[in-house]
Write a protein of this length. Structure first.
Ligand code: AMP
Ligand code: ZN
Length: 115
């Protein structure tokens, strides 16, 4: 399958990984929208949040655990944002489930909102 985030997960495409375990990978976004902009993805190919179901939802809970741990490591003590874009109207450009972890400065209210 020609999926860029599957290739990042298996090391075929380079990325700046900040965390990895058996089920998830976290790496810096190529086009950061904030001082800290990390993408957290399941290693399993799930196209979007619309395909989360009772058999695969545990990885989402795990992603939020990893997000909290990374936020602490990155010293985002003043706050952070977790964003998921699902589908075309939300502007999802990579069709492998991913959560943006953003922080490091006041974020404003525009990320992910309709133009
Ligand atoms: P979304 O619009 O929610 O689908 O976000 C996709 C994100 O993936 C964007 O913020 C891109 O900058 C980021 N991105 C795309 N390709 C790469 C890559 N090879 N390495 C890191 N981030 C990427
Ligand atoms: Zn994939």
């Amino acid at each position: 399958m020609d999926c860029i985030f599957c290739k990042i997960a298996n090391g075929e495409i380079p990325s700046t990984k900040v965390y990895e375990d058996e089920t998830v990978v976290a790496f810096n976004d190529l086009n950061p929208q904030a001082p800290v902009h990390i993408l957290i993805i399941p290693k399993q190919h799930i196209p979007s949040a619309a395909q989360i179901n009772e058999t695969n939802s545990a990885v989402v809970a795990h992603i939020f655990e990893v997000a909290a741990r990374l936020a602490k490591e990155m010293k985002l003590d003043n706050g952070f944002r977790i964003v998921n874009n699902c589908g075309d109207d939300a502007g999802q450009t990579v069709h492998h489930l991913h959560f943006h972890l953003l922080g490091g400065s006041p974020l404003g209210l525009t990320f992910g909102s309709a133009e």
